[in-house]
Design a protein around this ligand. Structure first.
Ligand SMILES: NC(=O)c1ccc[n+]([C@@H]2O[C@H](COP(=O)([O-])OP(=O)(O)OC[C@H]3O[C@@H](n4cnc5c(N)ncnc54)[C@H](O)[C@@H]3O)[C@@H](O)[C@H]2O)c1
Length: 274
């Protein structure tokens, strides 16, 4: 018997990077995964990797910021697997600039992806989660469900050049605390993890990065300032950036029965105190 056998987990942005590692990790412990990504091919690749492991996966392709996305995503989960046990709001990108140069478009693109999309997904999941929890309570059973919202140390400490991203990721922590209070009665643990520097295409030095994220027809370059990339890793007490597997491990902990009495917390996963 695996720890997450029979559970249904929705993981946004699971075509690459941390999201892919989370999807694979949860699947390796028995969960069935509802994959999402902006890009169809990487999403299908993750689903294929899960099937090769003997697991089950469904794909709901698209931009989490689209107004109809949340309903579509929840419907995919219900159509394929008839329930929702875990939601990991992971999809994200950065679009940095100092405040005097940051446009409204930049501000709202980041708010839409990191704050509004998780809000809508969680709202859309309410009917399925509350109905299941009420039925379980009527049978005298306590079944825990898990929400893990992905935040960032930029949201905890602030990061120059990221008023949009730092604001949105701090907002994720606030939303997490509020929903933990609302959904405790349904036995839902709502937590967040705030990652430090995890090696993905998002944190590759821009000079080396060829990739872009296409949001509403506009290509946004991924990667960070090369100097920042170097100093983040050097200053870390553990002496290196985190891996996506280490990031996924922390999310997995918050999806296990061992974490049933942890709720409303934002846990830094950064190799150092924050
Ligand atoms: N890498 C880090 O150091 C770090 C640190 C703190 C927080 N985070 C957060 O972790 C999450 C994952 O980042 P990552 O480093 O794995 O990046 P990544 O670029 O490697 O992977 C992100 C995935 O999400 C998808 N995606 C992006 N925007 C999307 C959207 N609007 N709709 C659907 N899919 C979308 C991308 O296509 C990509 O496959 C993000 O929320 C990010 O803010 C990362």
């Amino acid at each position: 018997m695996k720890n997450l056998d029979g559970k249904v987990a929705l993981v946004t942005g699971s075509g690459r990077g941390i999201g892919q590692s989370i999807a694979l990790k949860l699947a390796s412990h028995g969960a069935r995964i509802v994959i999402n990504d902006l890009d169809l091919e990487p999403a299908q690749e993750t689903a294929e990797l899960i099937r090769k492991m003997g697991g089950e996966a469904a794909v709901c392709h698209g931009n989490v910021s689209a107004p109809d996305f949340a309903e579509r995503y929840v419907k995919t989960a219900m159509d394929h697997f008839k329930g929702i046990d875990i939601i990991v709001n992971n999809a994200g990108f950065t679009w940095d600039n100092v405040i005097q140069k940051m446009t409204d478009e930049q501000w709202y693109a980041i708010m839409d992806c990191h704050m509004t999309a998780p809000f809508r997904i969680l709202r859309a999941a309410y009917p399925a989660i509350s109905a299941a929890a009420k039925a379980e309570a009527a049978e005298g059973r306590e079944v825990f469900r898990k929400i893990v919202n992905i935040s960032s140390v930029s949201g905890l400490n602030g990061n120059a050049g990221q008023v949009n991203y730092s604001g949105a990721k701090a907002g994720v922590a606030g939303m997490t605390r509020a929903l933990a209070r609302e959904w405790g009665r349904f036995k839902v643990n709502v937590n967040a993890v705030a990652f430090g520097f995890i090696e993905t295409r998002m944190t590759v030095a821009t000079a080396d990065a060829g990739a872009t994220v296409n949001i509403d027809g506009r290509d946004i370059r991924v990667g960070i300032n090369p100097e920042a990339a170097k100093t983040f890793a050097q200053r870390n007490p553990l002496g290196r950036p985190g891996t996506t597997e280490e990031a996924a491990g922390a999310v997995y902990l918050l999806c296990t029965p061992e974490s049933n009495y942890i709720s409303g917390q934002t846990i830094a996963v950064a190799g150092s105190p924050q």
